[in-house]
Design a protein. Structure first.
Length: 524
C-alpha cells in the first residue's frame, strides 16, 4: 500500500497548505501523481476521497454555514464579507469543483468522478463492500452539494467527457441518492464472500480504521440509514410525508457514539484537523454570540450543563488570565449592535482598565490543542434528534420525548483517534420543537447540517447580519444557498442563474427577518 499512503500524504499536504482556499491543487496533485487511470485496486482512490472530502466538509463551505447560523463570526479580512453573505463564483469555485473531481474540472480530486472510478475498480474485483461504501460517500457528497447549491449536475456529471451536463432538479437528486443508498443497504453492503473484503482495515480505511470487513459492513449500513434519515428531513418542508420516512430510518441508523462518522485527523502536519489548520494559518473567525447565548440560556434554564460550552470555547480573560465568562462576536465582528436589554450587542467584556475581551475556541485552538481532533459529520446524536423532530411532527411532544432523552443520555462529539469524546449524560428536557432544534444546533457545532436545519425550522431564532458600517438590524435575509462556481458558469451554458439571496426548491418558506431589539424567549 505504499502508493496509497503516498496519495494520502499528497492530498493531506496539499489541503493543509492551501490556506484560505482549502483546495486540492498544485504540482503532483492535479496531474494525478499515482496515475489513477492505471489503478487496478480502489484503495488509493478511497484514501484520497476520504482526505479530500474531509477538507470539503470542514473548509469554507462549513465556515460559511457556521457563520450563517452564527455559531462563529467572521471578524477579520475576507471572512467579514462572507459573514455578510457576500461570496462570489470565483471564491466558491474550488468548493464547487471539488464536488466532482479532477477529470471533469482539472482542479481537485476525491469527488464524484473518483468515487465512481473507485466503484468501477471494485466491480472489477467483485468487491461489493467497496461498492457499498462508495455509494454511501456518493450520497454524502452529492447530498451536501444539493443542500448547498440546489439544482446540480448529477445524472450526467459522472461522464468526464461531457463538459455541459444538465442540471438536475434538487428534489430529483435527493430521490436518486435515496435509491443509491437503498442499493448499498440491500445489495452491496450485506454481500459476503471471499472477494468482498472492502478497504484494508489498517491501510485504506481512515474513518473506521481497525475494523474488519464484517465491522465495516455493519457500521456503513448504519451510516447509510442515518444519511437516508438526514436526506428525508431535507425534503420535509415540501413533503411532510418525509418525516415518517426519516423516522423509520432512525432505529436502523448509528446506534452508539462509538459508531459516529468522524472525519480523520491526527497530530501530524499532514493530518491536522482542518478547522485547526485554518486557525493556525488565518484565524479570521471567532466564537459566535448567538450560540454562546443559546448555551448560556439553556444552562441558566436547567436544560443543559456547561460541558459543551467549556469544550467548544475558552472564556474571555483579563490580563492576569482570570476568566471573565463567555462572550461571542456578532456577525462580521459588529459591536454596539442594536439589541434589547439582556441580548449581547457583541461588545465582549471589558475588565477594569483593559480592552474588550471575547471567548476563544478551545479544541481548534493551535495554542492549546495538537490538531488531532476528529470532527463529527454524521452521529448518533444527530440520528436521535432527527427522530425527535420527525416524531414531534407526527405525534407531538410525547412521541418525540424518547429520542430527545436518548440524545441527551449519549452526547458524543468527535474523537481523538478511536476514542470518542462523550460528555456526561444529562436528564430529560421537554421535547418541544424549540428544545429539540436547539439541542441539535448546539450538538452540530461547525457542521454544515446546522444551516440546513435552520433553513427548515427557523430555529434557533437568528437575526441577519447588519449592513457594512451599521449597527442597525439587518434587512437582507440570511443566505439560503451558495452561488455556482465560475468554472461551471464559464464552461456550461446550462448553469442556472441562482443568487445566494434565493432559496432552493426544498426550502420554499422563508424564515422571518428578525432583529435583536425585541426581547423574547427565543432571542439569542
Amino acid at each position: 500500500m505504499t502508493h496509497a499512503w503516498k496519495l494520502a500524504a499528497v492530498v493531506a499536504l496539499a489541503l493543509g497548505a492551501a490556506g484560505c482556499n482549502d483546495f486540492l491543487s498544485g504540482n503532483g496533485v492535479s496531474t494525478d501523481p499515482n496515475n489513477i487511470d492505471r489503478l487496478t485496486r480502489p484503495g488509493p482512490l478511497y484514501i484520497g476521497i476520504q482526505a479530500a472530502q474531509g477538507v470539503q466538509f470542514q473548509g469554507q463551505l462549513a465556515r460559511n454555514a457556521a457563520m450563517y447560523v452564527q455559531q462563529i463570526a467572521g471578524n477579520s479580512r475576507q471572512q467579514i464579507g462572507f459573514d455578510r453573505y457576500a461570496i462570489d463564483p470565483v471564491t466558491i469555485d474550488p468548493n464547487w469543483t471539488s464536488v466532482y473531481g479532477s477529470n471533469r474540472t482539472l482542479n481537485g480530486g476525491g469527488g464524484l468522478l473518483d468515487i465512481r472510478k473507485m466503484e468501477q475498480l471494485a466491480r472489477g474485483l467483485g468487491d461489493s463492500l467497496y461498492i457499498g461504501i462508495g455509494k454511501v460517500y456518493e450520497a454524502l457528497v452529492m447530498g451536501m452539494a444539493a443542500d448547498v447549491w440546489g439544482d446540480i449536475p448529477y445524472r450526467e456529471a459522472a461522464d468526464s467527457t461531457n463538459p455541459t451536463p444538465a442540471f438536475d432538479p434538487q428534489l430529483q437528486v435527493y430521490a436518486d441518492l435515496q435509491a443509491q443508498l437503498d442499493s448499498a443497504i440491500t445489495i452491496y453492503l450485506p454481500a459476503a464472500g471471499p472477494s468482498n473484503l472492502g478497504p484494508p482495515q489498517d491501510n485504506a480505511e481512515l474513518i473506521y480504521a481497525g475494523r474488519d470487513a464484517a465491522g465495516l459492513r455493519e457500521v456503513y449500513t448504519q451510516v447509510a440509514h442515518s444519511l437516508k434519515a438526514r436526506l428525508y428531513l431535507h425534503t420535509a418542508e415540501v413533503d411532510p410525508a418525509s418525516y415518517a420516512l426519516a423516522l423509520a430510518e432512525v432505529p436502523l441508523g448509528i446506534n452508539t457514539p462509538d459508531n459516529d462518522f468522524n472525519w480523520f485527523a491526527d497530530a501530524t502536519p499532514n493530518g491536522n484537523n482542518i478547522w485547526w489548520q485554518f486557525q493556525t494559518q488565518r484565524g479570521d473567525i471567532g466564537p459566535g454570540a448567538a450560540i454562546i447565548d443559546v448555551m448560556k440560556r439553556r444552562i441558566d434554564g436547567g436544560l443543559a450543563d456547561s460541558a459543551r460550552l467549556e469544550f467548544y470555547f475558552a472564556p474571555a480573560a483579563d490580563a492576569d488570565g482570570t476568566p471573565l465568562g463567555f462572550f461571542g462576536y456578532r456577525p462580521a465582528g459588529t459591536t454596539n449592535m442594536q439589541t434589547a436589554p439582556g441580548i449581547d450587542p457583541g461588545n465582549g467584556i471589558t475588565p477594569p482598565g483593559g480592552t474588550p475581551q471575547y471567548a476563544g475556541f478551545n479544541f481548534i485552538d493551535p495554542n492549546v490543542d495538537p490538531g488531532d481532533f476528529r470532527q463529527p459529520e454524521l452521529t448518533y446524536v444527530e440520528t436521535q434528534l432527527i427522530g425527535a423532530e420527525a416524531a414531534f411532527q407526527g405525534g407531538g411532544q410525547g412521541a418525540a420525548q424518547p429520542f430527545l432523552d436518548a440524545a441527551r443520555a449519549n452526547r458524543g462529539y468527535g474523537a481523538r483517534g478511536a476514542t470518542e469524546n462523550v460528555f456526561p449524560a444529562i436528564g430529560s428536557a421537554p421535547a418541544t420543537l424549540q428544545n429539540i432544534m436547539e439541542e441539535k444546533y448546539v450538538g452540530e457545532f461547525l457542521n454544515i447540517e446546522a444551516w440546513n436545519d435552520w433553513k427548515r425550522t427557523c430555529l434557533p431564532s437568528l437575526a441577519p447580519a447588519p449592513p457594512v458600517g451599521s449597527t442597525a438590524p439587518g434587512t437582507t435575509p440570511i443566505a439560503g444557498r451558495m452561488p455556482y462556481g465560475i468554472t461551471e458558469i464559464n464552461a456550461n451554458p446550462n448553469t442556472p442563474n441562482a443568487p445566494p439571496a434565493g432559496r432552493n426548491a426544498n426550502d420554499p418558506n422563508p424564515c422571518p427577518v428578525l432583529d435583536y431589539t425585541s426581547s423574547t424567549p427565543l432571542a439569542n
